[in-house]
Design a protein around this ligand. Structure first.
Ligand code: KG4
Ligand code: ZN
Length: 359
């Protein structure tokens, strides 16, 4: 099956042409063409992503990336050899999502190919299918951590999902970004915080700055990160250290990273204990690029000998179109109802992962 995939949910415009065959748990994924353009530099000066600016950039760049992808795949730009088009329908910024959807539907009509709406978080979840020949054994638990989401999903099977824990306020990636901003670091903050935290760890064994671990003792599997962000702000104010104090910034970044990651890892451990039947732990989304997170997650996986850990390769960790194509392949494979009668696709900013809402 050849899938042309389009992703425009946030600040990355991405197109990929994939050939995917085989079983859902162990697909053979070939990337025939892949183009991605990040708007990070543009949004950097505002410290975040502006939806209408993102939309304008997607409109400008998507046709160029489409052409590049088809060219890389050696395909005829007027009638490429594809079976369907996959596009992110949500969650994300609606003005940005509409750009991808409109282009996908126009091409679908022109080439007479079905258009498959994909949930961006399902894309992150199934990004782990690429780059390995190991089968993904169900049931799985997925810790999905990105700029807009922090959730624990019980993946009973392909197409059967239940969110068992989520953030009540900020997403963890958003907390990384906001903390970075308070420390005068550029957007996106995750990689910056991570880099500084590492410097602090290399410099000294103990970090004297202590921050709370929000909701770590709560009985449920929910998260909260807005209090942690406020705690960072108070610490910065009360310590009254100068802006140019790089050691303070490094220690602060480390204190934040330690606190945020400890909560993620502890709740994941609790979910694994509670469910008791999990075979695979998936950790995916932009924050999965965090080295401290992967190190700490590996430690708990060692406590559960029957569970194997799956994380995306670097290419697939932050937003991309490859994962959207893979999620479409899964959706086709489970015979989603939505695919049987093609209806106009709507951008849904708050689309959540569930079998009912169609992946
Ligand atoms: O999945 P993603 O690319 O976009 C969304 O769907 O939101 O995730 C972006 C988020 C940003 O908040 C960014 O700061 C965070 O992922 N991120 C990281 C790291 N790399 C990216 N957070 C912590 N550590 C990192 N190394
Ligand atoms: Zn994402």
């Amino acid at each position: 099956m050849r899938i042309l995939a389009i992703e425009t949910s946030c600040d990355e415009t991405a197109v990929a042409l994939l050939e995917i065959n085989g079983a859902l748990e162990k697909p053979d994924i070939k990337i025939l063409g892949n183009s991605l353009l990040s708007q990070i530099q543009l949004h950097e000066k505002y410290g975040g992503v502006y939806p209408n600016l993102a939309k304008r950039e997607h409109e400008k760049n998507l046709p160029i990336l489409l052409e590049q992808t088809l060219e890389e795949a050696g395909e005829d730009k007027e009638s490429p050899n594809i079976d369907c088009i996959a596009v992110t329908a949500g969650p994300g910024l609606e003005p940005a999502l509409w750009v991808g959807i409109t282009v996908a539907e126009t091409l679908g009509k022109k080439w007479n190919k079905p258009v498959i709406p994909v949930n961006h978080m399902a894309g992150h979840m199934f990004s782990v299918l690429y780059g390995t020949y190991e089968a993904l054994v169900m049931p799985a638990l997925a810790l999905l951590v990105s700029g807009g989401h922090t959730e624990l999903v019980y993946v009973k099977d392909f197409g059967d999902y239940e969110i068992i824990g989520k953030t009540r306020d900020d997403a963890v990636g958003e907390a990384f970004d906001k903390t970075a901003r308070m420390l005068g670091l550029p957007y996106p903050g995750g990689p910056q915080i991570s880099r500084l935290a590492q410097l602090s760890r290399e410099r000294k064994e103990e970090d004297e700055i202590k921050l709370p671990r929000p909701m770590i003792h709560s009985k449920d599997l929910d998260f909260s990160f807005s209090g942690l962000k406020t705690a960072v702000l108070y610490k910065i104010k009360s310590e009254n250290r100068s802006d140019s104090d790089s050691e303070f910034k490094e220690d602060m970044a480390r204190a934040f990273e330690d606190a945020a990651i400890e909560v993620l890892v502890e709740k994941t451990r609790r979910a694994l204990e509670k469910l008791d039947n999990i075979k695979t732990l998936i950790v995916a989304g932009g924050v999965a690029a965090n080295l401290h997170l992967s190190q700490e997650i590996k430690k708990i996986v060692n406590e559960f000998p029957d569970i194997s850990l799956r994380m995306p390769t670097k290419l697939l960790t932050t937003d991309n179109a490859i994962m959207i194509g893979i999620a479409a392949f899964i959706k086709i494979g489970i015979g989603s109802e939505i695919l049987k009668n093609q209806i106009a696709i709507k951008a849904r900013g708050n689309l959540s992962i569930s079998p009912v809402q169609g992946l």
